[in-house]
Design a protein around this ligand. Structure first.
Ligand code: WTA
Length: 655
């Protein structure tokens, strides 16, 4: 087993689960057999076992009008009851639901009984404002417990929430409020980020300021949580304090059931056009797969584990693995408000040590940034409680995977690399940690009851050992039910490419290895064509990151007169290498390295050593902007970048 950070890329490394881990794991190989024998029956069993139904369903999947699915269509349930009341009724009211850590260091320990009481009050508050089934409520909050309380309160009254990430601008917020025709906005005065209060309410005021926009017409009230303590402008009659309303609200509220297909939320995700794309999820199928994956892939044991998913509730990961899945399972979880490096670079590891976190679920971008700082930071903390690590959001390069396992997981924790999307609602492809022998860099196998494949442009499945397009071949419980207000866009975006076969096209490239395990290769829009060879960004980036000097890399195809496209790499070096090497020397070394690792065809024409890479606010690299730089074009729209200054720095460095 490797204990080095810097190891040669070696695709043959395998990590079988230890006998000890396998013995306690929730998931067993039998689940795959059951699902293979009767896929729909399997999901029906899961829905019955994992959830409480006020009205049991008799229908499982209705696929009579594809691509519009109904799961458990004649059943009724309350999502909020499943996440709250039933745990209290089962005698677990004293179990901690949320261990909240604010960025300044303030803490709150919220039990299931307390969380249930708060959500009941918030549900009464919503109803007192006239919000009921089908109404849209926008939630624009920091990572504080009120975010989860607001989401569950919407679910409790049958309203549809649309969480807008707190880092989005007034313009982004406005376009989302308009598209959803929201009646209510729940926000805060501000939240803590990087040691300061980052205000939120002014963006809401600005989004609602221009007369004549949709949101100006539909939004009736703005409910404001006090968090930052900063002054806020106040619009009489429209604006209301959360704490005033909750103080007045009764703590009694009966959880009413809603149909399984009642919409639970809209979550906007970036599309190819400027218009935001509102992915719609419903209740019964979504919650089934959310709980299923929390239990069997993340292996959460509610009575002993302390789970921490680091995603913001503004992303789908924060919906399924903070708000809904862990709570429906009755788990105890950590919720952290701030940034990883505040007030010092070891903050996350301090939190793991302080709360005894046992399962950590995070993104490759975070792991790579910790690698850049060096292992000496996490090694100052006791991380021995960790027993399982998860990854989501991007392909995790084998070197980052090994580092994660060795340095964070003490060389012993299984790693589950989970592939899924906002659209899929929950994990689709991942190892099952007590069953699957893991391979660094591969998401490996579809979950029991999920059918995926890799196909060519015509939709023919490719043989093992080949790459192509990743498709989902059968409907699944937590699938998106549509694009808000735009059924044509739903069909066109996801189902048109393989309409004959009826496959869902995810937009990702993938490869099946000789064992049939799946390796994600990045978005197909990012694939490069060099002298007629289609090369994946992920593989070249992984080779670059496997070099001892490299912390992070992004690869794009730039126009080239001879080869059509040429590989251009943007590389961030580890801090310890910056001091002792010249960028030119390292660029030459890396070029040779890539041709040795993958082959001369993949050898980058240009390598730029940079200090930062352009990333979206959820941490994904925006290769489109790097292509602009590589082609010498003016850099395109940077408004969705986490840090809009990054592109001018990179352009200057490249010049
Ligand atoms: C990428 C996040 C490789 C992929 C849950 C997908 C991944 C997009 C992985 C969805 C993974 C997510 N390996 N790639 N384990 N997980 N992706 O909607 O390109 O924010 O299509 O959902 O992220 O991103 P989204």
């Amino acid at each position: 087993m490797s204990s080095q950070i810097d190891h040669l890329l070696d695709e043959n490394r395998r990590f079988a689960p230890s006998a000890e881990f396998a013995a306690q794991a929730n998931g067993t190989a039998e689940l795959y057999e059951r699902a293979a024998a009767d896929r729909e029956g399997f999901w029906a069993d899961q829905a019955r076992e994992l959830l409480h139904w006020h009205t049991p369903f008799t229908e499982v999947l209705d696929w009579s009008n594809p691509p519009f699915a109904k799961w458990f269509g004649d059943g009724e349930l309350s999502v909020a009851y499943n996440c709250l009341d039933r745990h209290v009724e089962a005698g677990n009211g004293d179990r901690v639901a949320i261990l909240f850590e604010g960025e300044p260091g303030d803490t709150r320990r919220i039990t299931y009984a307390e969380l249930t009481a708060e959500v009941k009050k918030a549900a009464n508050m919503l109803e007192s404002l006239g919000i009921g089934q089908g109404d849209r409520v926008a939630i624009y909050l920091p990572m504080i417990p009120e975010a989860v309380i607001a989401m569950l309160a919407c679910a409790r009254v049958g309203a549809i929430h649309s969480v807008v990430f707190g880092g989005f601008s007034a313009d982004s917020l406005r376009s989302r409020l308009d598209d959803a025709a929201a009646r209510l906005v729940i926000t805060a005065d501000g939240g803590y980020r990087k040691g300061k209060v980052s205000p939120l309410k002014p963006a809401v005021d600005q989004a609602l300021a221009d007369r004549g926009t949709g949101a100006q017409e539909t939004v009736e009230h703005v409910v404001v949580v006090r968090r930052g303590g900063n002054d806020v402008a106040w619009t009489e009659d429209r604006d209301l304090w959360w704490h005033d309303l909750l103080d007045q609200a009764s703590a009694e509220h009966e959880a009413r059931p809603f149909p399984a297909e009642n919409p639970l939320y809209i979550l906007y995700t970036s599309g190819t056009t400027g218009k935001p794309k509102g992915v719609v999820h419903t209740s019964g199928g979504y919650l089934t797969q959310a709980v299923f994956t929390n239990k069997y892939i993340l292996d959460i044991h509610p009575d002993t584990d302390v789970f921490w998913c680091t995603a913001d509730i503004g992303w789908v990961t924060g919906h399924t693995y903070v708000a809904y899945g862990p709570l429906a399972l009755g788990a105890t979880q950590v919720m952290y408000e701030g940034t990883p490096e505040t007030p010092q670079p070891g903050r996350w590891w301090d939190i793991v040590q302080k709360y005894g976190v046992t399962i950590l679920y995070t993104a490759p971008t975070a792991i790579r940034s910790f690698m850049k700082q060096g292992r000496q930071i996490p090694q100052q903390y006791d991380l021995s409680t960790l027993r399982l690590l998860g990854s989501v959001g991007e392909p995790i390069n084998p070197e980052a995977w090994i580092w994660y396992r060795d340095i964070i997981g003490g060389g012993k924790t299984p790693i589950v690399d989970t592939w899924w999307q906002t659209e899929t609602g929950a994990t689709m492809i991942a190892p099952m940690p007590g069953v699957t022998s893991t391979k660094p860099g591969s998401a490996q196998v579809p979950l029991p009851g999920i059918s995926v494949d890799v196909v060519d442009e015509q939709g023919n499945r490719v043989e093992n050992g080949n790459g192509g397009l990743l498709v989902v071949t059968e409907p699944w419980p937590s699938m998106l039910r549509g694009v808000w207000g735009d059924p044509e866009r739903f069909t066109e975006t996801y189902w048109a490419k393989f309409a004959d076969q009826g496959y869902y096209f995810a937009g990702d490239g993938a490869r099946k290895d000789e064992d049939g395990d799946i390796w994600l290769l990045g978005r197909v829009d990012d694939v490069m064509n060099v002298s007629g060879h289609r090369l994946s960004t992920t593989e070249i980036e992984s080779a670059l990151v496997a070099h001892e000097a490299t912390a992070e890399a992004a690869v794009v195809g730039a126009k080239d007169d001879t080869t059509g496209e040429a590989v251009v790499a943007f590389v961030i070096l580890k801090e310890s290498y910056l001091a002792v090497h010249t960028p030119e020397g390292l660029a030459t070394q890396l070029r040779v390295w890539v041709s040795e690792q993958i082959g001369p065809i993949a050898r980058p024409r240009d390598i730029y050593i940079v200090g930062e890479l352009p990333k979206t606010r959820s941490g994904k690299i925006m290769r489109r902007l790097l292509r602009d730089v590589a082609d010498g074009r003016e850099v395109g729209d940077t408004t969705t970048l986490a840090d809009t200054a990054v592109m001018s720095i990179i352009s200057a460095q490249v010049k």
